[in-house]
Design a protein around this ligand. Structure first.
Ligand SMILES: C[S@@+](CC[C@H](N)C(=O)[O-])C[C@H]1O[C@@H](n2cnc3c(N)ncnc32)[C@H](O)[C@@H]1O
Length: 310
């Protein structure tokens, strides 16, 4: 279109600006409205799986690694003081030492695997974050620890190895859908050696009760956490009463792309956790408040269990 076309477009713009009502914009009003509807939509529990975006996107996984190692926050890994108490309890509870075959699923940067290998155990770490595994491997090389790291989605884990102890630490179980949880428990059961045990922790209903629905938005409100471009982020918190599920939904808009991350969390009581283990041919033999072995207590924000094949 030549100059005349430009004039026509300019004239249309002048006629439509200022908008007739403060809520009406001259361009794209439907697109904006549809985006806002999508942002605020309450999805069906666990209908969208984006854990891989959170943990494996090259930029976000760098931020997650920093968060794992940050001693001022418990957001990705718990602080080292807890991890040390936890490893010490695991050692006493399972008599870990040379000869113990151990697999840590969702091992992240190896904060547990490193310490467990220092006890002389034969340790395998499984994670799908290449970035966290690179850090874990560097640590193992620096400390001359023969840890076997496997880069895979643990929902597809297959191995001929059998383990005396399988761990899934920091409530990763809660981020999975009911079907994924059954898959993972099946994988654990299949890879246990005779007499082997599983240890995992989950969020309790105490955490569920504390969770509040909300909506917020900001520009780069979390620094450059989601991308290194400029961005707007919308955060929606949803609570699903019947399912005892919570969702933190992040909708991110940059000048070049948009994406969403869904952080689902299933919350458990003893009955619901027992039912899931029974359905996978597993029996919970011991209950604790956390994976540092503190006694089970109904008001604890987490529940940790030891389970064995039924
Ligand atoms: C909350 S972090 C906990 C890390 C570690 N267990 C700890 O306590 O320090 C969860 C870890 O699980 C990994 N993860 C999550 N889903 C996974 C999957 N489907 N397959 C493999 N790794 C996964 C993430 O990459 C991340 O390293």
């Amino acid at each position: 279109m030549g100059e005349a076309g430009g004039e026509i477009r300019a004239a249309q713009f002048v006629r439509s600006w200022p908008p007739a009502s403060p809520l009406r914009f001259p361009f794209s009003e439907n697109i904006m409205y549809e985006q806002l509807i999508n942002i605020n939509k309450r999805p069906f529990p666990f209908s969208i799986y984006t854990a891989d975006t959170l943990w494996t996107d090259p930029h976000i996984s760098q931020q997650m690694l920093k968060t794992h190692l940050d001693q001022n926050t418990d957001l990705a890994s718990r602080r080292l003081s807890f991890i040390e108490a936890s490893v010490s309890w695991l050692q006493r509870r399972f008599n870990i030492g040379p000869g113990t075959r151990l697999a840590d699923f969702g091992c992240g940067p190896g904060l547990y695997t490193t310490r467990l290998a220092q006890l002389g155990a034969t340790v395998t770490g499984v994670d799908f974050s290449a970035n966290s595994l690179a850090y874990a491997k560097e640590t193992a090389v620096a400390q001359n620890l023969p840890i076997h790291y496997i880069h895979t989605n643990y929902l597809e884990f297959q191995s001929d190895q059998r383990f005396d102890l399988i761990t899934l630490i920091y409530c990763d179980f809660c981020a999975l859908s009911p079907a994924q949880r059954q898959t993972l428990l099946g994988i654990f059961r299949e890879h246990l050696a005779d007499g082997g045990a599983i240890v995992l922790d989950v969020h309790s209903l105490v955490e569920y009760d504390k969770f509040e629905e909300g909506v917020s938005y900001g520009r780069n409100q979390s620094g450059n956490f989601w991308t290194d471009e400029d961005y707007f982020s919308f955060t929606n918190q949803f609570k699903y009463e019947a399912e005892r599920v919570t969702l933190d939904k992040y909708s991110i808009f940059t000048p070049t792309r948009s994406f969403a991350v869904y952080n689902w969390l299933q919350h458990f009581d003893q009955a619901s956790l027992t039912a899931e283990f029974i359905a996978s041919g597993l029996t919970i033999t011991d209950w604790y408040a956390n994976v540092a072995g503190e006694p089970f207590e109904p008001q604890s924000p987490t529940i940790a269990v030891v389970a064995q094949p039924t």
